[in-house]
Design a protein around this ligand. Sequence first.
Ligand code: FMN
Length: 402
Amino acid sequence: MLQQIQITDSIYYVGVNDRIKDLFESLWTLPYGVSYNSYLIVDEKVALMDSVDLCYSERFLRQIDGILQGRPVDYLIVDHMEPDHSGSIGMLKRRYPNIRIVGNKKTFAMMSSYYSTIDDNLIEVSEGDTLSLGRHELTFVMAPMVHWPEVMFTYDKTDKVLFSADAFGTFGTLDGNVLDTKLDTKHYFEEMERYYSCIVGKYGKFVQKTLEKVKSMNLEIKAICPLHGPVWTDEAARAIAIYDKLSRYEAEKGAVVLYGSMYGNTAALADTIARGIGSKGIKHVVTYDVSRGNPSLIIRDVFKYRAVVVGSPTYSNGVFQPMANVLELLRVREIPDRLFSVFGSCSWAGQAVKKMTPFAEEMKWELVGEPLEQKGSPDDADLERAYALGMQIGDRLNELYR
Ligand SMILES: Cc1cc2nc3c(=O)[nH]c(=O)nc-3n(C[C@H](O)[C@H](O)[C@H](O)COP(=O)(O)O)c2cc1C
């Protein structure tokens, strides 16, 4: 029989890798692919923890069959309804007609909207409810908005495993192994920052609430099983620390310089401002051309660094569209407490700088320096003003991170 991947004596990994999807949520690049994780607890009763994207149902069911050898799945625990995890519920229901589906009130409201035919054998649970599988006892912990409103965690008291839905998840397929102790975790941790910022980033307050709640429960946790990426055992504390830091929006000393440019004028200002910042000893200055830069890296870096500097040419009386798109991506994430500076270029009637400047107020960010706009190609005086703006940003960063 094919060797199965075990997390504990009676918990198996039955997830799948996706290297075909090129954009997660049709937005975020996947250079290392992504895994959809699911876990099987084999006891007197069998429980399956979430499912996988519909495209991978067949492979998923084969793995389950390989472990169960004809036994049915008794319970499907739905910690998260997003289609990359709930997509195979219909297949499971057809394969195991008596399967009982466990979720909370919000889970089932969503289930009826996504899969209207799945309406029987539902077990509704609330905060703190338990379910015994025989030896294993599962406790349900609500984690609303740790991505979606219906999200819950499931804690297995017996093996001390926390099934954490999308929390502590990361991009990247699971190649060769599943447990952190058996993987080179370096790129998973890098991808974790990008995953968190783009996927969960808007919901920092809710992540904090759930982290505090789980902490106050004093659970002994030997393994965290998220719905994407490695199972965290030895490195669980590091994964928790990253989620904690990012959900507090804690920024490092550094600047992200974002610009759009058709003919190089705004680009020249951007490089000059970046040098001004660097001249003050700021080592982390990351500059992106927003027409080409990967939006997920831009968002990740705005989560990471304190200063955000944006530059745009005036385009048809407004902000250059690629920059407007980036500002919108940042706006919806409601990242607090950043420094903000604005610059731009125009030819006859500048509008971009004027229209971008109120973004500071909207986000409650601190505006550093005078917004800078020049006409046509920047001359020496313009470049000197740009350099001085960069120095001002560097000075402010040095003040804040003494
Ligand atoms: C399609 C298009 C629309 C523009 N619209 C305006 C405008 O409404 N007002 C203005 O002052 N300049 C306008 N400009 C001029 C640019 O803002 C100006 O050339 C600027 O310096 C370009 O900066 P860049 O070299 O960074 O692309 C427009 C240019 C183009 C190509």
